[in-house]
Structures are given as structure tokens and as C-alpha cells.
Write a protein that binds this ligand. Structure first.
Ligand code: C2E
Ligand code: CA
Ligand code: CA
Length: 399
């Protein structure tokens, strides 16, 4: 059963108590705090609890609370409450989103009883949808996850009209084949895995799948590269590079075929530690790719210190290329910048030919997206490779 606990932070005791009572009426265990430190201590004790926070408090304002929850990698639903106007509440929601926090509702004070009841009912509904720590731990232990594979291609210009591509490899994207839930997508388990502290178990499962994939490709003479995604907790694990390298050596896999994708946000959470871990990976010969570029806040000077070989432009930018002149300018500038820093530039989320043509005109090196193929189960990925490896045809929506 999912845990039904709510931790409430509000400097006004009467309000805090009132919200706690309503939460209890809706079937939650709830605890109310007026002191932010006590609230944060409780979060570490109950990382699976949901949070209700007041935006305006004398000791610490709500944005600071959000910042701290983000630093603690809090990944459970948050309800924001405040007497400030709706616009401020909305910008708090944006702030939270940019910091990987999940705001399930925003409430203007004074909150009406029926409004709060509805919010807590919704919250209960959404918690039921999220896997619990125990379920995830079982799923990982039983090896219920699969690696789907999305092709990554090099763009080439040939002849007069000629836009074509050469298949290079795949990005591995995890799916959870849960016996009770069916096929679960990463957005519904990656944050929960981080919140549940199961990062190391999960990445071990991922490495198993990645190495098995490469082994099966070797047997079938498929020389594709394989990109895998690491999360923030992996990037803090000093033993990661050695572990992965040894496992490749034992399995007889050339580690140069593995590309490691790390998001800007994960790399910047603890920049010194990330520099250490990523440099070790690079020294071990793995290629590093900076994922979701253009969505975070990191400075390019910092990024340049990290040993990346590749930069992936986030799909939110790519999908706006055809409709927004402003975005086109940004994307073109990122491609030039990447090239000036000696990086291979990848566009992800390419969904139509006109976007692909723009990217090609700006000398973007690689592309990935539904236009070329969706993430495919292993058997279909293999068939895609065999059908495309010798073909420099114009892209068609083949999958
Ligand atoms: P990501 O690394 O940015 O992966 C790309 C996501 O964009 C994938 O979603 C993919 O299916 C989707 N995508 C690809 N082409 C298109 C397109 O043309 N249009 C649109 N609209 N979407 C496209 P998916 O598979 O749901 O993965 C979501 C995120 O989950 C990934 O984002 C990655 O951050 C995370 N993730 C997936 N597998 C792993 C894993 O093994 N480890 C970790 N740490 N994170 C993972
Ligand atoms: Ca990725
Ligand atoms: Ca990405």
C-alpha cells in the first residue's frame, strides 16, 4: 500500500492545524510544523510523504523551501498554499517545475474546506498511481525492466537535393513491464527510484540490460553504439567508472561503444563530485554526452570543465524550431557553440522533415526523434538496424 502521509509547513498554527485536520478527514496521516528545520528533518524520515507548504513565512520564504526540497531531491507531490495573488503562485509553480519538483495543486488562502477536501482526494488518487518503494524494489530484483532502443543517426548531405542519414546506434530508454501495472514509462518510475534511494540497484539492472544488448549485437554482427542515461545519484558514485569498466571487460564488450548521457541538471547538482566521476568515466574510455541541453541554468564555463564529447539539444527547443524564429536563433547558436567547443551536436525530438532540413542546414551532426523511429523493443530495433544500416535513404516515418 502506498504511504498516505502529509507533512504540512505553515507559520500560523491555527491554519496548519486546520489543514492537518482536513488531511486526516481525507484519510492521510498528517503532521503540521511551524519550524522549517523540523519540517525538513521529517522529510528525511518520511521521504514518501507528500508536502503542503505555505509560501509566505517569516523565517524562510516558500521559494527557499522549494529550493531546499529540490536540493534534497524531494520527488513527491507538493501542494503550495499562500495568501499572495494567483500570479505569484503560478510563478512559484514554474520555479518548482524548473527544479524538478512536482506541484500537484496550488491553493489561495484562505482555503475553503471543500476546496481542500477536493485537493486531498485528488492527491490520494494520484498517489495510488505511483509505485511504492517496495514495488519498485521487487520489480528491480525480479528484473522486470526492459531497455527500448531509439535510433540515433548521422546527418549527411549528398548531391543536389540530398538529405540523408547514416544509422550510428541507439539510445536505451528504460520501460517497466510490471505484472500488475502493465508497461510503465520512465516519468512514472525514474523520480520514484531516486526518492526511494534505489538508484544503485536500478543502474545495476540497467548495466545488465545494456551489456546483454551489446553482447547480442556482437553475435549478430551489429556494430551499433549504445547510449545509456545516468541519474544524479549515479554521477555522485565514485565507484561507478571502475564498476562499469570491469563489467564491460568481463563481458568482452568494447567500452568505447557505450555513450553515457548525463543531464545538465544532474551534472550540476554537485559539480565537484560530478567532475570527479565523469572524468574517471572519460579516462576509462566511455564517451560522455550532455543531455537535455538548454533546459537548465548552468554556466557554459562550468560545463566546459566537464569532459563531454557530445551535446544533446533538448527536444523542447527542437520541437519549436519550425514555429519560432527566436528558438531557431537559439538552436543555431547552440550548434555553433557546441562545434566551437569541439563537441558533436545531437538534436533530439525531431518529428518532421522541415525540422530535419533546418538542422542539416545548420550542420547539426546527429539526430534522433519520432521522424526516424520511436524507441523500439529490442527485436524491432534489431530489424530496424538491419533494414537501415546500408541504406542512405531519405528519412521516412518508418516506425
Ligand atoms: P531523455 O533521455 O531526454 O529521453 C528522450 C525522451 O524523448 C524519451 O522519452 C523518448 O521516447 C522521447 N522522444 C524521443 N524522440 C521523440 C520525439 O520525436 N518526440 C517526442 N515528443 N518525444 C521523443 P522516455 O523514454 O519516456 O524517457 C523519458 C526520460 O526518462 C528520459 O529522457 C530520461 O531522462 C529518463 N530515462 C529513461 N531511461 C532511463 C534510464 O535508464 N536511466 C535514467 N537515469 N533515466 C532514464
Ligand atoms: Ca537521454
Ligand atoms: Ca534528452
Amino acid at each position: 500500500m502506498p504511504e498516505h502521509r502529509i507533512l504540512i509547513l505553515d507559520d500560523e498554527p491555527e491554519i496548519g492545524q486546520y489543514v492537518a485536520t482536513v488531511a486526516e478527514l481525507s484519510g492521510f496521516e498528517s503532521t503540521y510544523f511551524s519550524d522549517p528545520d523540523a519540517f525538513f528533518a521529517a522529510i528525511t524520515v518520511w521521504p514518501e510523504a507528500c508536502a503542503v507548504i505555505d509560501l509566505q513565512m517569516p523565517a524562510l520564504d516558500g521559494i527557499e523551501v522549494l529550493r531546499q526540497l529540490s536540493a534534497m531531491k524531494f520527488r513527491r507531490p507538493i501542494v503550495i498554499m499562500s495568501g499572495v495573488d494567483r500570479k505569484v503562485l503560478e510563478s512559484a509553480r514554474h520555479f518548482a517545475k524548473a527544479h524538478d519538483l512536482e506541484v500537484s495543486d496550488i491553493v489561495s488562502k484562505p482555503a475553503r474546506l471543500d476546496e481542500l477536501r477536493q485537493i486531498f482526494e485528488r492527491l490520494r488518487g494520484s498517489i495510488h498511481l505511483l509505485p511504492t518503494r517496495a514495488e519498485l524494489a521487487d520489480g528491480i530484483a525480479r528484473r522486470e525492466f526492459q531497455l527500448h532502443l531509439q535510433p540515433k543517426v548521422r546527418l549527411v548531405r549528398d548531391g543536389e537535393d540530398g538529405l540523408s542519414y547514416v544509422p550510428l546506434g541507439f539510445e536505451g530508454l528504460m520501460r517497466w513491464q510490471s505484472p500488475s501495472r502493465g508497461l510503465v514509462m520512465p516519468d512514472h518510475f525514474i523520480p520514484q527510484i531516486a526518492a526511494a534511494g534505489l538508484g544503485a540497484e536500478f543502474s545495476n539492472h540497467l548495466f545488465d540490460l545494456a551489456l546483454n544488448t551489446l553482447k547480442s549485437w556482437n553475435e549478430a554482427d551489429i556494430d551499433a553504439s549504445l547510449a545509456i542515461n545516468l541519474s544524479a545519484s549515479d554521477v555522485e558514485d565514485l565507484s561507478l567508472a571502475d564498476r562499469l569498466w570491469k563489467r564491460c571487460a568481463n563481458a568482452g564488450i568494447d567500452h568505447q561503444r557505450i555513450i553515457i548521457e548525463v543531464t545538465e541538471t544532474a551534472a550540476m547538482q554537485h559539480p565537484e563530485r560530478a567532475l570527479d566521476v565523469l572524468t574517471r568515466l572519460r579516462l576509462r574510455g566511455f564517451l560522455l554526452s550532455l543531455d537535455d541541453f538548454g533546459t537548465g541554468y548552468s554556466s557554459l564555463v562550468q560545463l566546459q570543465r566537464l569532459p563531454f564529447a557530445e551535446l544533446k539539444i533538448d527536444r523542447s527547443l527542437i520541437s519549436d524550431c519550425t514555429s519560432s524564429e527566436h528558438t531557431r536563433i537559439i538552436v543555431k547558436a547552440i550548434i555553433d557553440l557546441g562545434h566551437n567547443l569541439g563537441l558533436t551536436v545531437v538534436a533530439e525530438g525531431v518529428e518532421d522533415e522541415s525540422t530535419l532540413e533546418l538542422l542539416q542546414g545548420w550542420s547539426c551532426d546527429l539526430a534522433q526523434g519520432y521522424l526516424l523511429a520511436r524507441p523500439l523493443p529490442p527485436e524491432r530495433a534489431r530489424a530496424w538496424w538491419l533494414a537501415h544500416r546500408n541504406m542512405n535513404g531519405r528519412p521516412v516515418a518508418s516506425e
